[in-house]
Design a protein around this ligand. Sequence first.
Ligand code: UDX
Length: 440
Amino acid sequence: MKISVAGTGYVGLVTGVCLAENDHDVTCVDIESHKVALMKSGISPIYEPGLEELMNNNMDRLHFTTDYKAAYKDADVIFIGVGTPEKSDGSANLSYVYGVAEQIAASIEKDCVVVVKSTVPIGTNDKIENLIKSQLKHDVKVYVASNPEFLSQGTAVKDTLHTSRIVIGVEEEVAGERLKEVYKNFDAPIVVTNRKSAEMIKYASNDFLALKISFINEIANLCEIIGADIEDVARGMGHDSRIGNKFLNAGIGYGGSCFPKDTKALHWLANFHDYELKTVKAAIDVNENQKLKLIKKSRKYFDNLKGLNVAVLGLTFKPGTDDLREAPTLVNIPLMLEDGANVRAWDPIGIDNFKKVHPEDVTYCYSIEETLKDADVCFIFTEWDQVKHFDLANYSKLMKNPIVIDGRNCYDLESVKSATMVYDSIGRETIHNLEVSLIQ
Ligand code: UDX
């Protein structure tokens, strides 16, 4: 089967490479020629574990081009995997998706199934079909199918090759059959439904997970007030298979390219139809507050951060990625700088991207030790393994005041108890093994 994929971001490129791994001939299309040149030489333009290797293993079945006309004209299936970023009003920006739809209409010369992988608001697949049909240059049949992805950054290849489910939203059986053929080597349950339901499955899944995180974060906040321990509470809850033990990690809120955008987009869509999605709204509000939790905690120790050496461990929205989209650091570091802090930041792979936003006002460090040197306080924003495995004794050895405010509960309290430090984490008792006089 001849497959083309529009867009070579996380969704498009991972889809293309994984389909090639499953013996399909795949052409990946991108408008940026420098990205295409990189991929042609076997380099992935995005950081994703295992992707570059899989790409290079399948180069005989993978093609990269900016020439969309050539890529689309005789394709059996065209996947749309371009971005749908958030607009300032919270709705999804569909201009890239519609742009590809127009290119498809102008190019295809044989019957074809257009598969929408990008996360799009409910009803968008219908609009894409109408747009393509109204602008077709040749007399061919086009079927549009919704086939949302469920990949997480950092595990995108594994999540795609071993996906939890394949959702196929179609209006005509022929399109469903073609997609089943595409996925015939995949070992996953297939859910076939209509297009709107498939679009909704994607939003409802992401929004439910966002809600789960905001819920556990609120319970964590209450645990702090009443003296309960969120780690034990989550463990106790997770044994109930109806709740499940995943996505119950309390912290400083969800970031990334999906949850913040998809919660706002569904809420916006509901509002547009005069319906208020109250639970999703609550998840969004709780998350906004949660992101500021570490700065608020620091006020227990310092009136403000003026003149203090502040160590920041982790810049990205989660470990395993260099992505900063909606990362809590993006709102917290400006507040620290506004306070007049000297911010020193470490991240194993996120520094280059952070430098684009803060080229000069942050000092970047290339080891945790260097970051902590003479620090008055340390904030942990991302639970990188390097942080989780860091020797706790080093905090008091290196810092001026070993006050560690951990937004990701990287350490168990028993081990902290034998270290000399103040350790303030999320939803748990604060460990205070320091002479009070050391603190301002
Ligand atoms: C998410 C979905 O998991 C994926 O199915 C969808 O296709 C895209 O969005 P991703 O954004 O890559 O994937 O990251 P994920 O691992 O889900 O984490 C999202 C955010 O939630 C991160 O900021 C993470 O730190 C936070 N999180 C996750 C928690 O705070 N607690 C948890 O228990 C889990």
